[in-house]
Design a protein around this ligand. Structure first.
Ligand code: ADP
Length: 446
């Protein structure tokens, strides 16, 4: 078993991993940048090591700084969390070369599924439908036009190494495709260090449905129900819930089985997510996320399985310890991402000092957050300051509970998107579960 683990991340997910270590009796070492030096969660770890200045490139993305910290702290494993280095195959490789276990799949698998075009091919190889498009990256205008004429407009240009809802452009005709292909390649190079892009059919009104999987090193793999992440602003998730109100039990099982098949075919181990677009009839694979995700607690609440502890157990070489039939999802969970941003001012980031903070509580409420009154949200990182989750026996009860919890939430000193969540939770379409990926952008432009 891993006995001392370094957390190569910050904020709520660093705290989440510290909590898992504390329950497993594992010593935790958390790294931090100078911008996070005052974060209260640092005191909950056994050790905290400063790895550099605020900018991520000099701290949370600096492989030499993190590996030095891991060696000084004498850890036997590194948990990368999400974002930052979590899907960086080179980082996983360097960890293992230094005899430090990387909590995640091996570098080859990360590389294979991290390349979105390669992941689509792997899905096709095991008989999973993918969104129609180019067979791998496209290099020229003429190649892109050929694909667009075959699948029909609108099409989406996507960065092979993209992520976080960035690196995507929609083209409605030849002229916009010709213009976008070059800009998309240049943008992808700057944002992800890889100019490769691919082209696929843009589905007009799908739901984003994803399947949580867990796989051990022996090749056993199970799926843990689904999450509906269709409430998005500019392709970024805002609310997630599980199980999806728009997917039948039969389709859910089909997606689950397909996900397991894909994971096994690429030799996956650890926790992962297989993402699909669902048009109400058919589901189409889009990508694999080879890491823990922001919205993992939705699945924890409906299955009772602690995914972060499972990740650490799997990295220690332990078997799954449960069969597919033993996974019995129960009830309904909803997650609202709480961001320090101003919904009345174009969602501009709103960093600064939190002067008053009262988190909701009571039955069925979970708040995963590292902030409190007196905490200063640094301007340096992602604006998410926490996640509010509720669980209840039924979706209707979960909706009531989430409205109640949002009404209790007080954050002063900075702006947050809590008022937006209150609005969504009171929307009749959302309440009926009738929404797709265009729901929120339409609500906001109405
Ligand atoms: P990222 O890795 O950046 O999150 P994804 O491939 O997971 O990118 O896509 C993010 C979101 O973008 C999806 O949830 C969906 O809303 C939208 N999207 C991606 N591909 C398509 C597509 N072919 N048609 C319509 N929407 C898409």
């Amino acid at each position: 078993m891993i006995s001392r683990l370094l957390i190569a991340n910050r904020g709520e997910i660093a705290l989440r991993i510290i909590r898992a270590c504390n329950e497993l009796g594992i010593e935790s070492v958390v790294v931090y940048s100078k911008a996070d030096a005052d974060a209260p969660y640092l005191a909950l770890a056994d050790e905290a090591i400063c790895i550099g200045p605020g900018p991520s490139a000099l701290s949370y993305l600096s492989i030499p700084s993190i590996i030095s910290a891991a060696e000084i702290a004498n850890v036997d494993a590194v948990h990368p969390g999400y974002g930052f280095l979590s899907e960086n195959a080179h980082f996983a490789e360097v960890c293992r070369a230094n005899n430090i276990e990387f909590v995640g799949p091996d570098e080859e698998t990360i590389r294979n599924v991290g390349d979105k075009a390669a992941a689509k091919r792997a899905a096709q190889a095991v008989g999973i439908a993918v969104v129609e498009g180019s067979d791998g990256p496209v290099e020229s205008e003429s190649q892109a036009l050929e694909v667009a004429h075959k699948v029909g407009y609108p099409v989406l240009i996507k960065a092979v190494s993209g992520g976080g809802g960035r690196g995507m452009r929609i083209a409605h005709n030849d002229i916009s495709l010709q213009a976008s292909i070059h800009t998309a390649r240049a943008e992808a190079e700057i944002a992800f260090g890889d100019p490769s892009v691919y082209v696929e059919k843009y589905l007009e009104d799908p739901r984003h449905i994803e399947v949580q999987i867990l796989a051990d090193r022996k090749g056993d793999c199970i799926y843990l129900s689904d999450r509906d992440c269709s409430v998005q602003r500019r392709h970024q998730k805002v609310i997630e819930e599980g199980p999806s109100p728009g997917v039948s039990a039969a389709d859910r099982a089909k997606m689950g089985r397909a996900s397991v098949k894909l994971a096994k075919s690429v030799g996956y181990h650890g926790a992962g997510t297989v993402e699909f677009l669902f048009d109400g009839k058919k589901f189409y694979f889009i990508e694999v996320n080879a890491r823990i995700q922001v919205e993992h607690p939705v699945t924890e609440l409906i299955t009772g399985i602690d995914l972060v502890k499972e990740q650490i157990r799997i990295a220690s070489g332990e078997p799954l310890g449960r069969k597919q039939q033993q996974v019995r999802p129960k009830g309904h969970a909803i997650e609202c991402r709480i961001n320090a941003e101003d919904p009345d001012n174009g969602f501009a980031p709103s960093p600064g000092l939190i002067t008053k903070y009262i988190a909701p509580g009571g039955p069925g409420v979970r708040v995963d957050s590292h902030v409190c009154a007196g905490y200063r949200v640094p301007p340096t990182y992602d604006s998410m300051i926490g996640k509010l989750l509720v669980w209840a026996e039924t979706r209707d009860e979960a909706l009531v509970r989430m409205r109640r919890a949002l009404d209790e939430y007080v954050v002063e000193g900075i702006k947050t998107n809590v008022p937006l969540h209150r609005r969504i939770l009171r929307n009749a379409y959302f309440q009926r579960g009738e929404y797709t990926t265009s729901f929120l952008d339409e609500l906001l432009s109405a």
